[in-house]
Write a new protein. Structure first.
Length: 318
């Protein structure tokens, strides 16, 4: 089955791989140092909030020291756990840096994840700053390009991609790996609520923490071979403004592949509206057609073989 990589993602991934420490301008490095220092102070200050102190105690269940530092406490834990704590602490005092153009806080979306990863591998300060710059750049650009609904809070949405890219930069991912990493992490964002901010709900402070954790998770998923690919694109709520434009853009993207593979699955783009059942029958037909395609091309047979092998191994070891 063919996977189509749009030009923008290829260019972006190539940029991430090729951008070395020596190519980053000094003024950008200086700015990144300020963002990093500001974020560290915000995390340490927020770590003293009663809710964060309690969260830290409840999440650090193991008495064994971990590999990542819980800032402001002298404690340590596993990276994915610590990224939630540090990321949540960083927004508690509303003192973390912001970027008006992306309407969010890119630094705090990236730093807890890359700090935990840097401690694991003993990364240099320069490599840490490169990871921050690249993660910040990608997260902020997505924030600038997208238009979130006013009912959503920006924390925990595009920041997951920024965190994942930052971790990938520390691990010196190749362009192909960055492609998968961006695809995976872009499907892991939170369905956040701006109402929590307006009404004083402190759960919104955890959005950045969970977002950083998901960035770390996305990297592990990519390295484990998990992939993100759509076999059927569905534009729901197609009665709304902009839906037809999105459908056209997706169709054009899928049709620009310069090297089509013979007998590959022709990915459909469908419009649906669940309120009046528009397009539902077409969606069901496409799902059934895709199932028949996988049977014909032997994809299901391969999957069944892997499943049986997995079950056999479990029977032997369990």
């Amino acid at each position: 089955m063919e996977k189509i990589i749009p030009d923008y993602l290829q260019n972006l991934s190539s940029f991430l791989q090729k951008t070395s420490n020596s190519e980053i301008p000094e003024n950008v490095l200086e700015r990144s140092r300020l963002v990093f220092a500001d974020s560290m102070a915000a995390i340490i200050g927020g770590s003293a909030a009663p809710e964060v102190e309690t969260l830290t105690k409840r999440m650090l269940i193991s008495k064994n020291p971990g590999t990542a530092s819980v800032l402001g406490t002298g404690l340590s834990g596993e990276p994915m756990t610590v990224s939630v704590i540090n990321g949540s602490a960083g927004t508690f005092l509303e003192m973390d840096e912001g970027n008006q153009f992306c309407r969010g806080h890119p630094g705090m979306q990236v730093i807890p994840a890359i700090l935990a990863q840097a401690e694991i591998q003993g990364a240099s300060g320069r490599d840490l700053l490169r990871a921050l710059i690249l993660g910040y750049e990608i997260g902020a650009r997505i924030g600038i390009a997208c238009k979130l609904r006013m009912t959503m809070h920006p924390h925990g949405t595009w920041g997951t991609v920024g965190a994942a890219v930052g971790v990938g930069a520390l691990q010196e991912c190749a362009a192909k790996e960055f492609q998968e990493l961006i695809n995976i992490s872009s499907s892991l964002g939170l369905a956040t609520s701006r109402k929590t901010m307006l009404e004083g709900g402190t759960v919104r402070n955890s959005y950045t923490g969970v977002s950083n954790q998901l960035g770390l998770l996305a990297f592990q998923m990519m390295k484990s071979g998990l992939i993100e690919i759509a076999d059927i694109y569905v534009v729901n709520k197609s009665d709304r403004s902009g839906a037809n434009r999105l459908t056209t853009s997706l169709t054009n993207m899928l049709e620009t592949n310069p090297n089509p593979i013979e007998n590959s699955w022709d990915i459909p783009v469908l419009n649906t509206n669940a309120l009046n059942n528009k397009g539902i029958d077409s969606l069901l037909d496409s799902i059934n057609e895709h199932f028949r395609y996988m049977e014909t091309e032997g994809v299901l047979a391969v999957s069944y073989t892997h499943l049986r092998a997995h079950e056999t191994v479990l029977d032997l070891v369990c």
